[in-house]
Ligand binder design. Structure first.
Ligand SMILES: Cc1cc2nc3c(=O)[nH]c(=O)nc-3n(C[C@H](O)[C@H](O)[C@H](O)COP(=O)(O)OP(=O)(O)OC[C@H]3O[C@@H](n4cnc5c(N)ncnc54)[C@H](O)[C@@H]3O)c2cc1C
Length: 414
């Protein structure tokens, strides 16, 4: 039997980041992951498909504080420009890092590379124990502790248990924390492509009638990762195409902005569902990141949101300890829940507005959309507000992210 302070179920980006944040506070931490440990070798982004995420400035600051940023940046694409437009319309808007006096607008990072670097850092702490390739056989909540039994017969007693186990969270289901969800009726096709024209470190997104298509630059100048979200029937049709026909469809959909393109990986699909747990905590159990909420990937904010959840939770735990209080006190967990629910809700509403706004087909709406985007493109104040949200500089940020922001230039007052 093992006694610990915090048990984290799930070793994705959120679970590993939380483990590291708590390890630095000298807490005893156990992390339980049903999959394998991250590999030692850095992934080769020019090889087969790997999932990537656009990280914003707030997440960059978090990883900087955790000491993994230089290595992560070395394998990432720091994009300096962003172009968003609507197909068959004059609607378009552009953003540039130079305009905002920033080094980049965001960073396309490999998900597995993030996990590897976090895990490597975590291995330096003797107060952390990680179990990989294990399943949970029992989870029971008592008044003073939570009991977790693993299928390797390990028994773990902890003061606090965190569910960081993703969209189909076992912890959320086991604790019967109610979930609101709706199907976006979109499926995302993700793949890696080689382009004829260099991407010039520009992230591009075109809104098509059936949904948004994102072309995200990778470190090689002619490699991009695509996230093509389409109505599910249309995604099925695209998936049924052979590679040559798919390449042609992709080139046409992107209006040949990067010239003819060719798949260099298989295509993977993700059904898109909005999920939002109406309760994030019960007793000594609390949810973070995708276990608590999942959103449409059109603005690339899901991971960023989850990372801010764990930074917020770690901050409140630290404050409890400084005050000599229980690290799973209901009052503190409710405070965490209120704080992060507010941020998640505004993101869910924004994603829905974007999705509905851009998929509304009547001609008049299309005209208004076009006029709105063109006007926004010419209004520096409005652009700065939009940009500050995308960079993760808005809202109630955890301290660890705020401290090193040091944003100067026009965004400082946005
Ligand atoms: C197509 C697509 C594109 C996206 N692009 C972006 C983007 O550009 N930017 C961005 O910020 N976000 C993006 N996201 C969202 C982002 O991928 C997720 O928000 C993020 O990966 C969630 O991290 P997590 O740690 O909460 O969950 P996960 O990464 O799902 O990790 C959960 C972990 O828990 C483990 N687990 C599950 N059940 C158990 C169990 N019973 N016991 C033990 N372990 C368990 C799993 O094996 C997994 O390792 C995108 C999502 C999609 C679908």
């Amino acid at each position: 039997m093992q006694n610990t302070d915090v048990t984290i179920v799930g070793g994705g980006s959120a679970g590993l980041t939380l483990a590291l944040l708590l390890a630095r506070q000298q807490l005893r931490v156990v992390l339980v992951e049903k999959g394998p440990a991250p590999a030692d070798a850095a992934p080769d982004l020019s090889q087969e498909y790997q999932r990537v995420s656009a990280l914003n400035m707030a997440s960059r600051n978090l990883f900087q504080q955790l000491g993994i940023w230089p290595q992560l940046l070395a394998g990432a694409a720091a994009y300096t420009d962003m172009q968003v437009w609507e197909a068959d319309s004059f609607a378009k808007i552009g953003f540039s890092a130079v305009e905002q006096q920033l080094e980049a607008l965001g960073y396309i990072c490999d998900n597995e590379h993030i996990r590897q670097l976090l895990y490597r850092q975590l291995q330096q702490y003797s107060n952390v124990q990680c179990y990989f390739d294990v399943a949970i056989s029992q989870l029971k909540q008592g008044e003073r502790e939570v009991m977790l039994q693993l299928d390797n017969s390990e028994l773990i007693l902890s003061q606090l248990l965190v569910g960081a186990d993703g969209v189909n969270s076992f912890v959320r289901q086991h604790m019967q924390l109610p979930l609101t969800h709706w199907d976006y009726q979109h499926t995302a096709i993700v793949a890696k492509i080689r382009c004829t024209e260099p991407h010039q470190l520009t992230a591009r997104q075109v809104f098509l009638n059936s949904g948004p298509l994102a072309l995200l630059p990778l470190p090689e100048p002619d490699l991009c990762s695509i996230v093509w979200s389409a109505e599910t029937a249309e995604a099925g049709r695209l998936m049924a195409l052979d590679d040559t026909a798919f390449n042609q469809a992709l080139c046409a959909a992107s209006q040949a902005v990067l010239g003819p393109v060719a798949l260099v990986s298989e295509r993977q699909t993700f059904g898109l569902t909005m999920r939002y747990a109406s309760s994030w905590q019960r007793g000594r159990v609390v949810l973070v990141a995708d276990a608590a909420h999942s959103i449409h990937p059109l603005a690339g904010q899901g991971m960023n949101l989850g990372l801010m959840d764990v930074a917020a939770l770690a901050q409140l735990i630290s404050e409890q300890r400084e005050a000599g209080d229980d690290i799973a006190a209901p009052k503190m967990l409710r405070r965490y829940e209120r704080w992060r629910k507010a941020e998640a809700q505004s993101m869910i509403v924004a994603m829905e507005a974007f999705k509905r706004g851009f998929t509304a087909k009547p001609a008049l709406l299309k005209l208004l959309r076009g006029a709105g985007l063109v006007a926004a493109d010419k209004l520096p104040w409005l652009k700065q507000q939009l940009m500050a949200h995308a960079l993760g500089l808005k809202g109630d940020l955890p301290d660890i992210v705020k401290k090193p922001l040091n944003v100067t230039g026009p965004l400082a007052d946005a």
